[in-house]
Design a protein around this ligand. Sequence first.
Ligand SMILES: [Zn+2]
Length: 232
Amino acid sequence: MEMRERPSPNHGPRAVAIDMLILHYTGMTSVAEALERLCSPAAAVSAHYLIESCGTVWRLVAEERRAWHSGMSSWRGRGDINGASIGIELDNPGHEWGYRPFPAAQMAALELLCRDILVRHAIPARHVLGHADVAPQRKLDPGELFDWARLARAGIGLWPAPSAAAFDDLGQMQRLLAAIGYEVPLSGTLDDTTRHVVAAFQRHFRPAGYNGEPDAETCGRIAAVAAACGEN
Ligand SMILES: [Zn+2]
């Protein structure tokens, strides 16, 4: 793995131990532009690493520092996701500028980097997440073209076998999404907030369709992920 250094000034002290890994896409048209932004004091954003399409890895912020990649986010009732996580940006134009699959070289480098991080920090599989998982109302990244199944085969994150479980009502589905970690209202109805959460779940765990409708396959996947988290 080729590692280059480009120190970003955008970080602060951590108050809690690292136990999450958050994956992003840059959503910019070039890696140069993304590096510029992630190191710009005016932008006030950063990540610990940025991986180019060709697999080159840039270290921007030391892991012991709190980088600024997830903004207003939540998981399992915790709000300060940046404080507890390592953030990795993947060069990709994103949904706004021509979303495309993540190349094999980029995925191979990501896999190596994640395995290295998981050796050094106690990060449970259920805490390996996308930005959209922790901020489903405002983010889509890394999105439905990201190969979570491949990462899971390498021992990184969750990809449970599908289940045929069904739910009695929407409230039960919401309770399981909340138990997995999503910030979701327990309204018992398919409101817009819940649709966004279901769509974020689908982009991660059922990427063949991500319209936010809790179809039978999606419900089975929700039950399977909850069970893999030890929640049911
Ligand atoms: Zn992001």
